[in-house]
Design a protein around this ligand. Structure first.
Ligand SMILES: [Zn+2]
Length: 347
């Protein structure tokens, strides 16, 4: 006898596997459908190959103008652990907010904007076949300028922050080709427009890469220092401690020129120039044994520790903004009460 069990539940999403682009797009639609009270899918741009770039906006609708957190993954195609982390991050905050009062408070005060795959064309290309030239593709897929037979711009050199000054190439065949001009690429334009038009709202800009186990702070050009460099370092070191406590992994914190190499035109640097205070690049596992081809059995521990680090930064930014506001409101109330009592006695 055969029993067929019918179920309406779709196949559960496996967060500990790498997923090709269509599966990630389906997952985004499903998450929005499953959590209509807190999740909205927002389309905000188009890639060179006309794919629609979208993000998940996660937060409680309070009717007020809220602060915001930015996270993007997959700006570099071959760094597959990054999109896996964005998916994990979304699941974790959606689970946490059901039971954790702190996450409820943060989702009341802030919206999280999470782009699981920014460089969609490059990501699709990296899944095309298992040859080195596709799997290890880094750039987007826009054609080179006339006379150049190479494809792609390094999107993390294309943003309008000291563009083209250091750590880039003007050779369109290079892996760090910065494009013909700042923000020439549609994917960089999409982020620039979306974040740029709400820049006062954003407290954090977290952009997720691999590999090397680093937390990078602005700026990539050694001639410039972020006005809140000390605080960025302190919060970054706190995040590295949080990461270490999960699986004992060491992450190094610093500016790109101090701990990696100088580079201009990154999205992190651009976000800091826009006045967003807490901007970090995460370089996830490992330190080079597997590099971009991190095995799937490392997805879970990598995501667990990175979540802890990201949450440290986000919680700091939240508490700095909102604990102060609460304290100020309380002081104002007491002042008004005192004035009222004084007036009552006088009159
Ligand atoms: Zn990268």
């Amino acid at each position: 006898m055969t029993t067929i069990i019918k179920t309406n539940n779709p196949v559960e999403h496996d967060y500990y596997k790498y997923h090709p682009m269509p599966e990630i797009s389906n997952w985004m639609a499903q998450v929005a459908k499953d959590h209509p009270d807190v999740v909205t899918k927002v389309e905000y741009g188009q890639t060179y190959e006309k794919r629609t770039i979208s993000l998940l906006k996660i937060g409680l609708n309070t009717g007020e103008n809220k602060k915001a957190i930015w996270m993007d993954c997959g700006i570099h195609a071959r760094e597959w652990i990054a999109p896996a982390f964005c998916q994990y991050f979304v699941r974790q905050i959606l689970q946490a907010y059901k039971t954790d009062p702190k996450m409820q408070e943060m989702l009341k005060n802030m919206d999280f904007y999470v782009t699981p795959v920014l460089n969609m064309d490059g990501y699709v290309y990296s899944w095309k076949d298992n040859t080195v030239s596709t799997r290890l593709w880094r750039k987007n897929r826009s054609p080179g300028p006339s006379g150049c037979n190479c494809t792609g711009v390094d999107l993390n050199r294309n943003f309008d922050a000291n563009w083209g000054t250091v750590g880039v190439s003007f050779d369109c065949c290079s892996n760090v080709y910065c494009g013909s001009q700042p923000t020439s690429e549609p994917e960089a334009q999409a982020v620039t427009y979306f974040v740029g038009t709400r820049k006062e709202d954003f407290l954090c800009f977290l952009t997720i890469h691999s590999y090397s186990q680093l937390l990078l702070i602005p700026y990539g050009n050694p001639n410039f220092t972020a006005p809140n460099y000390n605080e960025l370092m302190e919060v970054g070191l706190g995040a590295a401690d949080a990461i270490r406590r999960v699986h004992g992994m060491n992450y190094t914190v610093g500016t790109s020129p101090d701990v990696l190499y100088a580079n201009a035109g990154s999205s992190r640097d651009w976000a800091r120039t826009q006045g967003i205070p807490f901007t970090y690049t995460f370089e996830l596992r490992d330190k080079g044994i597997f590099g971009f081809e991190l095995p799937e059995d490392q997805i879970k521990p990598t995501c667990e520790e990175a979540y802890s680090g990201a949450l440290h930064i986000i919680t700091y930014a939240h508490d700095k903004t909102f604990s102060g506001a609460v304290a100020t409101a309380a002081v104002t109330l007491w002042t008004m009460l005192a004035i009222f009592l004084v007036l009552m006695c006088v009159l």
